[in-house]
Design a protein around this ligand. Structure first.
Ligand SMILES: Nc1nc2c(ncn2[C@@H]2O[C@H](COP(=O)(O)OP(=O)(O)O)[C@@H](O)[C@H]2O)c(=O)[nH]1
Ligand SMILES: [Mg+2]
Length: 235
């Protein structure tokens, strides 16, 4: 379309004039409404990461209300991961549409590929990072990788509102130690997480869960999804 067309020129001039008249506060409110509408339509974007065998697949099953059997023992998630379609979940008495996109594996070889791709594709509003009581050095590596990945992918983490670390499998360790004792191995990483959250401006918390007994899971998910949902500016 040629911009020398007098009608187009008039329309453009009018639109520019209207744009000038809209106060910034209204533009911000409109951003809020757009976020809200996009999430309603496409689902709340979040990702689940963590070293292998920490319960990522089990958590995604739990969220999808797949009945959790005691003997439920998913196969290790293969390279590339598995697609997870958006689904609706009742959280805190509200129906929320959730979009985790993929269930990825936790092997070292998958971090640079599947984890980075997932971050870029989802542009998550929240990250759930899972650990358990075994092999703390692997979880430390994985957590450091994720914190580094957040720093290196500014565009993909623009919407990040919350980082939740789940110390899972509490049924296997909580009798022997407290959450603080478990997290003792992660002092440097916790400090790094805290300082990054302050620098970039996202919230974070560390929660104890067991996907086998259900301990702490519902509460953690309510906190997480409430922290990352956009709120409509209009009521
Ligand atoms: N005891 C115990 N086992 C769990 C818990 N959560 C998951 N598991 C088991 O740990 C194994 C690995 O879980 P999975 O979800 O496949 O981990 P992923 O590799 O991170 O996806 C499976 O056998 C699960 O049944 C938990 O809270 N407690
Ligand atoms: Mg898995």
């Amino acid at each position: 379309m040629s911009s020398t067309n007098p009608m187009s020129n008039l329309i453009i001039a009018l639109l520019n004039r209207v744009a000038e008249m809209i106060p910034d506060s209204l533009v911000e409110a409109a951003d809020g409404v757009i976020d809200f509408a996009v999430v309603r339509l496409f689902g709340l974007p979040f990702i689940v990461l963590g070293y292998r065998q920490t319960g990522k697949t089990t958590l995604l099953q739990w969220l999808q209300d797949r009945p959790h059997l005691a003997e439920f023992s998913p196969e290790p998630t293969a390279a590339g991961g598995e697609a997870v379609l958006p689904f609706t979940k009742r959280v805190d008495d509200e129906r929320m549409r959730l979009r985790p996109m993929r269930d990825v594996g936790g092997e070292y070889a998958m971090w640079e590929t599947d984890w980075v791709d997932l971050l870029k594709n989802v542009r998550p509003r929240g990250i759930i990072f899972m650990i358990d009581h075994d092999h703390p050095y692997h979880h430390k590596d994985a957590l450091n990788f994720v914190l580094q990945m957040i720093d290196e992918n500014v565009f993909s983490t623009q919407q990040l509102k919350y980082f939740m670390l789940l110390a899972n499998k509490a049924d296997l360790w909580a009798d022997e130690m407290t959450l603080d004792e478990l997290m003792d191995d992660f002092r440097n990483e916790t400090r790094r997480l805290k300082s990054q959250s302050e620098r970039i401006g996202y919230g974070f918390s560390i929660e104890q869960t067991s996907l086998v007994t259900g301990e702490g899971v519902e509460e953690a998910m309510v906190t997480f999804f409430n922290a990352i949902r956009p709120r409509s500016a209009v009521r």
